[in-house]
Design a protein around this ligand. Structure first.
Ligand code: AGP
Length: 610
């Protein structure tokens, strides 16, 4: 959730840290701080508020230290104040620590340290680490961190510097992500790849239970017991420009507009057609493993969960198997039937969502096979999985997921077709037909994006509403959920998605002349029944907005305030055709309400706490 960054090399660290924090602000943005070492003493600046507040506090200050760490915070323990902002220091103010995650057992440690005479100056769980490292520090920072972490429970990615070890940063991680960037005579660390892209593409992902000592020209990786580990860097081919706004007002808008390309790159990047067979590049299961699958669970959170709901329905067209969709935080504690013939497909843009990872851990304990659908090379989810189907979306900076959702839908469709083909439950001709339909999605997206102005007009009519309903059936019901989630995330309008047929069982009580009701309509999702639901809303004076791919149906004009006609297409393209205008609607409503679209309140891009 928080963002961490670090640098050691020949350049002044402070500007690099601030630049890195700008890239990471989407991970957490309630306070920020940096620490550098100059003349064997720590220089620390921390501020509540966005990075801008930190920059203002740094002012003209001339921080010239060539080693440093920085942090942007998403509060868990303690309010977003200056004193709770990271880095946190020990009593002597010679050790500085930044931390992403939660130390679950911090309280007994804090009490013991206080009894020993340590003085605490924040309400955070993190501060105990600074005091623990102080307790064990005898001139070897690596050893102090190793000893200090004994008995610590929870999730952490930490970076530590000490005033009298001015040439090294010690990092360690369990559960929270940490990536090390190797430059020429300089070394970086971060919680996320995009922050390092302006400097290097050579990266090493630290695994759980590992530590590293970063110096400007060397890197030593060990486990928490001190045993050395060899690891080669991976080359990340993301374009650094993708992590910039490129002329768009917000990352979210840019990412919505990238979708024709990212869907196309996902289709081409993870699959190929060879010898009359669909192939998935990093899908490692054997013919026998695939044939022995008895049931499937799709496990995910938030937007990725909606992608899973859509995949279930698409897959049921050609995979005759019991398929369940589960929210990570529920699956983790549930009792759903899992054994060695269960396939669990975990969907996560970040590959680091704690709830999803916890669900996967449970599935693995029951000997299930796990496939990851993720956007992040080297993520925890990838490492825990037996096979990968990667999305090729590039970095997604807007907190609201857009391009990664549509890429997930493309990847999931390919995975379903692949499984069906290898199990023999779909004909070659049908696979070809579905792939041809899928290949049309980029141009359908481009057509929709060309009509942004029509969406702006709808947004202008309804942006003052305090509630929204999104109703649809079948394959479009999860799209309604996703449309409602996008709206509430970035505009703070209360919005709910419902199966249209369920409305009469309760939500219909909400409808009055103030309530905008978005209907997603298609001949492929019980058109006549949804039409009847529209009549029911009309009879109760609700304000109806229809997104439809049914051409010009005159009866709709009598019912709706606004109608947005979508291009037609095959069933497999239906969810994406309806998704793109709903993303734009949420975006433009949020703009008109003046919210912070890329960094909406209370949210974080990667949710690494359970
Ligand atoms: C989407 O707009 C949200 N920010 C959120 O629901 C997100 O999809 C969820 O936290 C899951 O993230 P993941 O895909 O990285 O696992």
């Amino acid at each position: 959730m928080c963002g961490i960054i670090g640098y050691v090399g020949p350049r002044p660290a402070a500007p690099l840290l601030v630049e890195g924090l700008r890239h990471l602000e989407y991970r957490g943005y309630d306070s920020a701080g940096i620490a550098t070492i100059e003349e064997n003493s720590l220089k620390v600046v921390r501020r509540a508020g966005k990075i801008q507040a930190l920059i203002a506090a740094l002012g003209e200050s001339d921080m010239y230290g060539q080693i440093g760490i920085g942090h942007s915070r998403w509060a868990t323990h303690g309010k977003p104040t200056d004193s709770n902002a990271h880095p946190h220091l020990d009593c002597r103010k010679t050790i500085a620590v930044i931390h992403n995650g939660i130390i679950e057992n911090y309280l007994p440690f804090k009490e013991r340290l206080q009894a020993e005479g340590h003085h605490f100056s924040s309400q955070t769980d993190t501060e105990i680490l600074a005091h623990l490292f102080e307790r064990f520090y005898r001139g070897d920072l690596e050893e102090a961190v190793r000893l200090g972490l004994q008995g610590i429970k929870g999730a952490f990615a930490i970076a530590v510097i000490a005033a009298d070890s001015p040439e090294e940063i010690i990092v360690a991680k369990t559960a929270s992500p940490l990536v090390i960037g190797l430059g020429n005579g300089e070394t970086f660390l971060s919680s996320d790849v995009p922050a390092l892209l302006p400097h290097t593409r050579r990266m090493i992902f630290l695994h759980d239970g590992e530590m590293a000592r970063l110096r400007k020209d060397s890197l030593k990786i060990t486990d928490l017991a001190g045993k050395e580990i060899e690891r080669q860097p991976v080359h990340i081919d993301w374009d650094p420009l993708t992590a910039q706004k490129g002329g768009f007002k917000h990352f979210m808008l840019k990412e919505i507009h990238e979708q024709a390309q990212t869907v196309s790159e996902t289709i081409g990047g993870c699959s190929s057609w060879d010898n009359d067979r669909l192939r998935l590049d990093e899908f490692n299961l054997t013919e026998q493993q695939i044939k022995e699958i008895d049931n499937i669970y799709l496990v995910a959170c938030g937007t990725s969960f909606h992608a899973g709901m859509i995949a279930k329905q698409l897959w049921e067209d050609f995979l005759p198997l019991p398929i369940g969709v589960e929210i990570g935080s529920e699956f983790r504690y549930g009792n759903s039937y899992i054994d060695e013939h269960t396939l669990v497909v975990a969907i996560s843009q970040s590959g680091e969502t704690a709830d999803t990872l916890a669900g996967i851990k449970r599935a693995k304990e029951k000997r299930a096979t796990v496939i990851a659908i993720t956007n992040i090379v080297g993520s925890a989810l990838e490492r825990m999985s037996d096979g990968i189907v990667r999305t090729f979306s590039g970095p997604e900076i807007g907190v609201a997921a857009t391009k990664t959702f549509t890429a997930q839908l493309a990847a999931l469709t390919l995975l379903g077709l692949y499984l069906a083909q290898r199990r023999g439950s779909i004909s070659l001709q049908e696979v070809r037909h579905q792939l041809t339909a899928l290949s049309k999605i980029p141009s359908l997206i481009a057509q929709l994006l060309d009509r942004e102005e029509e969406i702006v007009s709808i947004a202008e009519k309804f942006y003052n509403a305090s509630d929204f309903l999104y109703l649809a059936r079948g394959l479009l019901y999860p799209v309604a959920l996703e449309g409602a989630l996008k709206l509430k995330e970035i505009s703070y309008i209360h919005a709910e998605g419902y199966p249209a047929g369920e409305m009469k069982h309760g939500p219909i009580a909400l409808i009055d002349e103030q309530m905008p009701v978005v209907f997603l309509l298609s001949q492929q999702t019980a058109y006549d029944k949804v039409l009847a639901n529209i009549e029911e809303v009309k009879a109760r004076k609700g304000k109806i907005i229809i997104f439809t791919d049914t051409g010009d149906d005159h009866q709709l004009h009598r019912l709706a305030e606004d109608i947005f006609s979508l291009p037609s297409g095959e069933r497999v393209t239906l969810p994406i055709r309806h998704t793109v205008p709903l993303q734009l609607l949420a975006y433009h409503i949020a703009i008109l309400r003046g919210t912070d679209v890329d960094q909406p309140r209370n949210l974080a891009k990667t949710v690494t706490v359970e």
